[in-house]
Design a protein around this ligand. Structure first.
Ligand SMILES: Nc1ncnc2c1ncn2[C@@H]1O[C@H](COP(=O)(O)OP(=O)(O)O)[C@@H](O)[C@H]1O
Ligand SMILES: O=C(O)C1=C[C@@H](OP(=O)(O)O)[C@@H](O)[C@H](O)C1
Ligand SMILES: [Mg+2]
Length: 166
């Protein structure tokens, strides 16, 4: 949440001339705003919708920005098999402004403290799945985009773990 997946992903896809899917946007288009889905149907149902959105996006190909919680769901992790997975990181100091006023339901009552707790819970899963890691805390978005594009153009190697440099 707030690392830059949606904004960086869109620009990476444009630079490469390939399709782009933001799975959150796809879910909103079909099912309405995310806070409403969490409130009316609960997080487990959101994760099912997200898994389906990731499957559809994988069939389309190109660049896919998932929500930060997507990889907490086993069937979503399975759907991502074969993809070159880029992890974008951000420090709490840098993310505070980015998430201020956010409507992300998991941050509704806890702000930056909730963000930190969630990141700590997910850190091991993120590290395990990532094929490359880029930190976005103190770099202009265009530089992050250039780094990701360069890594993908070099093959986006899924066989070597965490090859990217932050
Ligand atoms: N490298 C960056 N430097 C500064 N702001 C950024 C950077 N990357 C993203 N942002 C900003 O952070 C906010 C959250 O980005 P977003 O793409 O929605 O992240 P995510 O999809 O990972 O939650 C947006 O307002 C975006 O413009
Ligand atoms: O981390 C999460 O559980 C979530 C992250 C959000 O996406 P971003 O990571 O793009 O903010 C969105 O999918 C939803 O609010 C849940
Ligand atoms: Mg996003």
């Amino acid at each position: 949440m707030g690392a830059g997946k949606s904004s960086v992903g869109k620009r990476v896809a444009k630079a490469l001339g390939v399709p782009f899917t933001d799975t959150d946007r796809a879910i909103v288009r079909e099912h309405g705003p995310i806070p409403g889905i969490f409130a009316d149907r609960g997080e487990p149902e959101f994760r099912e919708l997200e898994a389906a959105a990731v499957r559809t996006a994988m069939a389309t190909g190109g660049v896919i920005a998932v929500g930060g919680g997507a990889v907490t769901h086993a069937s979503t992790r399975e759907a991502m098999a074969g993809a070159s997975i880029v992890l974008l990181t951000v420090s709490p100091e840098a993310v505070a402004d980015r998430i201020a006023g956010s409507d992300r339901p998991l941050l509704a009552n806890g702000g930056i403290d909730a963000w930190q707790t969630i990141m700590d819970e997910r850190a091991a899963t993120y590290a395990e799945l990532a094929h490359a890691v880029f930190d976005t805390s103190r770099r202009p978005m265009s530089h992050v985009v250039d780094d990701v594009v360069a890594w993908l153009r070099a093959g986006g190697d899924t066989s070597t773990e965490n090859e990217g440099t932050a």
